[in-house]
Design a protein around this ligand. Structure first.
Ligand code: BV8
Ligand code: ZN
Length: 245
């Protein structure tokens, strides 16, 4: 894979780096993506992804939502971080300012050793009480999910994940915007760039003068905006790039 002189120079001299990842960064760990190729989990019992993973379903059929999430937690319990996650955990140490924002709820960045991960869509291994808002961590792979009821108020629990039609956790997205707006180098890795507001982060970085680099086997609506696009799998490409250090 050919790296341009311009990219090598930018990469070597970068002080502040921001990365946005999507499901594609976990594809090589065996985690199905939502929309792109391979084994996707785009449909659950005939319901499209943005119907089963929606605020409406939580109020209409919480048991179904848990069945869907327990199924995915079961799949995830067999998955481990791949070289893409591991390389990003290393970059966190290598750059003086490094921000990792993920749309993924799989927790694999943290399992690969990334310390500060901004999870804009929450985490599949955490539940939240609909009554009092208390959060409970669940062991990876504890399926079905436990506890089922809130220990504090015996209210119903739901996955602590941002569903379609729901606001992102207060302050989390704002922090991601701040970092995107000041970074020199912005990587957008493994996302179809269809889901907002997360997909607006590379646009914000570009508007503020960052050099934007896409890593994805396919073109996306962001590709035009990028200064550089590496067409391929994140695991291989990130290892190639990191040799430039
Ligand atoms: C909100 C958690 C305010 C749930 C997720 C019309 C226009 C614009 C916006 C909207 C609209 N209608 C509705 C909206 C808003 C909506 C939205 O953006 N919809 C889109 C789909 C049109 N957004 C929301 O609802 C957000 N909230 O706007 O709040 C508000 C509040 C109230 C009322 C109104 C508005 C909340 C969005 C969060 C939804 N939750 N996940 C769960 O997981 O069950 S989103 C879901 O999609 C995942 O989190 C995922 O991360 C995200 C994005 O998907 P990707 O990560 O990109 O994955 P995908 O499969 O799509 O692509 C994989 C990519 O990887 C591909 O490009 C592929 O080529 C590449 N790839 C494959 N293999 C590899 C690879 N790349 C590298 N290496 C490989 N090996
Ligand atoms: Zn409670």
């Amino acid at each position: 894979m050919e790296l341009s002189k311009e990219f090598e120079q930018k990469f070597r001299s970068a002080k502040s780096v921001c990365v946005l990842t999507g499901a594609g960064v976990s594809a090589e760990s065996g985690v199905p993506t939502f929309r792109g190729g391979g084994d996707t989990t785009a449909v659950w019992k005939g319901m499209p992804f943005d119907q089963i993973s929606s605020a409406r379903m939580v109020s209409e059929n919480l048991a179904e939502v848990w069945e869907w999430f327990d199924y995915r937690r079961g799949v995830l319990s067999k998955c481990t971080p791949n070289p893409a996650h591991e390389t990003l955990a290393k970059w966190e140490q290598d750059f003086s300012e490094f921000t990792l924002v993920t749309q993924n709820v799989d927790g694999l960045h943290a399992r690969a050793g990334s310390k500060n991960v901004i999870e804009v869509h929450g985490n599949i291994n955490r539940s939240r009480c609909l009554g009092c808002g208390v959060r409970f961590d669940m062991d990876v792979g504890s399926v079905p999910h436990t506890p089922v009821k809130c220990n504090e108020c015996s209210g119903n629990l739901r996955p602590d994940v941002v569903l379609f039609g729901e606001m992102l956790p207060a302050g989390v997205f704002e922090e991601a915007v701040e970092k995107a707006a000041v970074c020199e180098l912005f990587f957008v890795i493994g996302t179809s760039a269809l889901v907002y507001p997360a997909a607006s982060l590379p646009e914000i970085a570009k508007r503020n003068g960052a050099y934007v680099v896409e890593v994805n086997p396919e073109k996306t609506p962001l590709s035009e905006l990028c200064d550089e696009s590496f067409r391929g799998r994140a695991g291989e490409i990130l290892q190639e790039i990191t040799r430039v250090f």
